[in-house]
Design a protein around this ligand. Structure first.
Ligand code: TRP
Length: 465
């Protein structure tokens, strides 16, 4: 901490170091979250495994990273909250007011995602005392299943779910209300490495005790024949979700980045790390799933069934299990902050709210909306919109599969075609001419085309199929 104080005071020379870390830590804190450990494994299981993983990796590389770079550079160029940044960029480019939609839709999407994100993060919180108390010691697959989803199980107790959902919302609102730097920087610096170490311990366990070959084959024997357009859309949407792009969260954080830092390098490191963590989580979960006769397509409960089961058989599993879910909750926390921040910054600047009032207002809105997701797993589980969506499913589909890809598409077109290329190049300063052309090509041609095609065919497949 002393080091940080010193550097902040000597602002011109050393100040940049602190700020550089702020961006890297905040952006990786935002990217690494429930998406990596909870969502990636479960949607991979639901979509049949390896073919889905392949499409997901292609989406990260060809679409996600180029758009993430574009979103960050918009933020650093604008240096304001996303709605005002976009307004300035539109003015500087003499572009139509239509493009304001990027900032506005992004800010709204953040609140919609937060509403169900904090419900699932609440599950992780609830699992801390469950594991510490030894509820899973020596459990069979069937027992772990019924503790989670059984008739009297965890999901049926909506009062409990609301309690943990509320607690998670409160701590998220608290940090955003305080201003981000102090708490977040410290939290991410220790928690991220700790989370990775625990995941690696689990990986060793799963390699020794799980059906590792079968789990790995499920993830990596690429068989394209199993793929549908709807799965491709889910993979695309998840690439946006896991990198925290398409809704201006990274744009908001990009404003902290010092001018001389390489956006390309920083973003590539963050994206590779984020993807690595998701793949390791998959390699932990699926071997355990197959070894214990669980269903890979179990849905949102996958992590909450397979991992407690593993901890129930590890020496010291009560301690490590509780620790693991603590870290998952922290990873979710640093992500949730980035979902709330753009809206809060906007309320402050547009309507003169105090930071506290803004965080409370939006936090409360997300909390109320989140109740719909809580009830999706119990008393409302049979109400389905369009015959297929509970509130939770609907919000997840709308945000991940519709709004994020749409936001990403607009960002790609805006940075690729509407902004002055000199401005973009000036912000990026890519040294390698080869990389520079590759990025321009990916941004201008590959991303918009791929997103548009997958989007249209995926939505059609979902509703017609
Ligand atoms: N990336 C986070 C995760 O994987 C979730 C998240 C945080 C997010 N901020 C976001 C998703 C902004 C989309 C947009 O858990």
């Amino acid at each position: 901490m002393t080091a940080d104080n010193t550097t902040t005071q000597a602002s011109s020379v050393h100040g940049t170091w602190t700020k550089r870390w702020t961006f890297v830590l905040a952006a990786s804190g935002s990217a690494v979250g429930l998406g990596n450990i909870w969502k990636f494994p479960y949607i991979t299981g639901e979509n049949g495994g390896s073919a889905f993983v392949l499409i997901y990796l292609v989406c990260i590389l060809a679409i996600g990273i180029p758009i993430m770079i574009a979103e960050t550079l918009l933020g650093r160029r604008g240096r304001k909250n996303p709605i005002h940044t976009m307004r300035d960029m539109v003015t500087a480019s003499n572009a139509s007011g239509f493009w304001h939609v990027i900032g506005i839709m992004g800010t709204l999407t953040g609140i919609l995602i937060l509403s169900y994100y904090s419900v699932i993060a609440g599950w992780a919180l609830a699992y801390i005392p469950k594991l510490a108390g030894g509820e899973f010691s020596g459990a069979t697959g069937a027992l772990a299943n019924s503790i989670f989803g059984g008739e009297q199980g965890f999901l049926s107790q909506y009062g409990t779910l609301i309690f943990w959902h509320s607690l998670f919302t409160i701590v998220t609102v608290y940090v955003v209300a305080q201003g981000i730097e102090a708490g977040l920087e410290r939290a991410v610096r220790f928690l991220m490495p700790a989370l990775m170490i625990l995941l690696l311990i689990l990986l060793v366990y799963s390699a020794l005790e799980g059906a590792f070959a079968k789990g790995a084959a499920f993830l990596f024997t690429f068989d394209i024949s199993k793929l549908s357009w709807n799965s491709a859309l889910t993979a695309l949407g998840h690439a946006f979700f896991t990198l925290s792009i398409g809704m201006c969260a990274i744009m908001a954080y990009g404003a902290y980045m010092p001018k001389q830092d390489s956006i390309t390098k920083t973003i590539t490191v963050i994206a590779v790390m984020d993807t690595g963590i998701a793949l390791v989580a998959g390699l932990v979960i699926f071997p355990l799933v197959f070894a214990h006769g669980l269903e890979p397509s179990a849905g949102p409960g996958l992590m909450f069934i397979s991992l407690p089961l593993a901890f129930g058989h590890i020496t010291g599993g009560q301690l490590f299990g509780a620790l693991f879910f603590t870290l998952v909750a922290f990873a979710a926390w640093t992500s949730a902050i980035s979902l709330l921040e753009p809206g809060v910054a906007w309320l402050i600047e547009r309507f003169g709210f105090s930071r506290r009032k803004a965080a409370l207002t939006l936090g409360a809105s997300a909390w109320v909306l989140g109740l719909g997701s809580v009830f999706s797993f119990n008393i409302w589980q049979h109400y389905k919109f369009a015959g297929m969506f509970t509130v939770f499913d609907g919000l997840d589909f709308l945000t991940s599969n519709i709004m994020l890809p749409l936001g990403g598409l607009l960002i790609a077109i805006f940075a690729g075609w509407v902004m002055k290329p000199e401005m973009v190049d000036d912000e990026l300063r890519m040294e390698s001419p080869w990389l520079r052309s590759a990025w321009w090509f990916a941004l201008r041609y590959i991303s918009p085309t791929a997103v548009a095609v997958v989007f249209v065919l995926g939505v059609y497949d979902k509703f017609a199929g």
